[in-house]
Design a binder for this molecule. Sequence first.
Ligand SMILES: [Zn+2]
Length: 418
Amino acid sequence: MKHPKNFYALFLSVVLLLGIISGNAQITAIKAGKLVEPETGTTLPNQIILIEKGKIKAVGAGLPIPKEAGVIDLTGATVLPGLFDCHSHLCQMTFPNNRDLFTTDIKQSTAFRAIIGVKTAKEMLEAGFTTVRDVGNNGNYADTSLRNAVEQGLVPGPTIINAGRIIGPFGGQYHLRPDRVELGAPEYLFADTRDEMLKAVRENIHFGALVIKIVVDDQKYIYSADDIKFIVEEAGKAGAKVAAHCMTEKGARNAIEGGVASVEHGFQMSDEALRLAKQKNVLLVGTDFTEKAAGYLGLDEKTALLFHKIFLDRLKRAYKIGVPMAFGTDAFFDVPNETRGTLAISYLDSYTEAEIPAKYILQMLTTNAANLVGVEKQRGAIKAGMFADIIATPENPLDNINTLKKVSFVMKNGKVIR
Ligand SMILES: [Zn+2]
């Protein structure tokens, strides 16, 4: 005799059984033909990586693979940790018909900016970037919403360490009209006095910033070393580091003396400023635009080439002096036939052009970046206890760094993305 109660009981048992089965099958084993450890620049053959609950359980040669494990065969590939972009703008995008940032920023609503972020976050992840430090220009906290959506599994994307709104002296990075000063918001939090700086940091942290981004020197009044020290201390109370956009020599020096975690851009830095950065262990996130990428800034061909040459010269000097560097792109443009991810990895061209060794480029993309972002105990290496952020390439990037443009496998937090 049929009874609805029996039907539900049966249904529940099946669900429970499926749950138990899938629970047992939660171990994943990756067979890695080659495993690259960026920190040491070594390659290990035939490694097994065991993954459980999103984290790496064990790594080694000849590890026994549990019977119930799902096996991913990457014996024909090189396996390495997921990549980092330490200077992303996921929710910002200029289009070919208008490369001007000010008009683009004010025309696009925060809702539209969030939709841009959904697209770029997915594209970054698919290209192999499993972590980004996103340094502002996201409307009214579209970045915090995007991070929450990714963390809740609503949309795919890298782990995001976001900056919320950028803090800077009056004007931020704009040249405002006196009758429309409000157009500087929500992109920037103007903070000139100590009270305003304190308020800006606290407000930004409250609305979800995990890192503080300051613009040091885009106006006539620039932040002093003491101003920056004050901001660094205030941010530090909430566990946030400070990234400093510096376009001038003086700005970079103030930022280094003020104790920031990283100088962004630093295109004008002298050898002396670079030495100071090295001495104080301040990382340089050079955002070293390729000639092509410089063109997307809205520059004409001649100026783009000139800028690229300046960037390249600083990059070569920085490497020679030994400033610790992390990879960052500053990509905020829509480009035909490129995703945000393929565009980001194309910045490799600047590093190969500057003849930086593959091992160091790889460290910029992983180890150094993880240290800067503050996730070095969780991400940036394939070791037991760390999150399973793993990618694979057809060739060994230590032999041919350009193989990173052809990432064939991406896993984030133990989940296969592609
Ligand atoms: Zn930027």
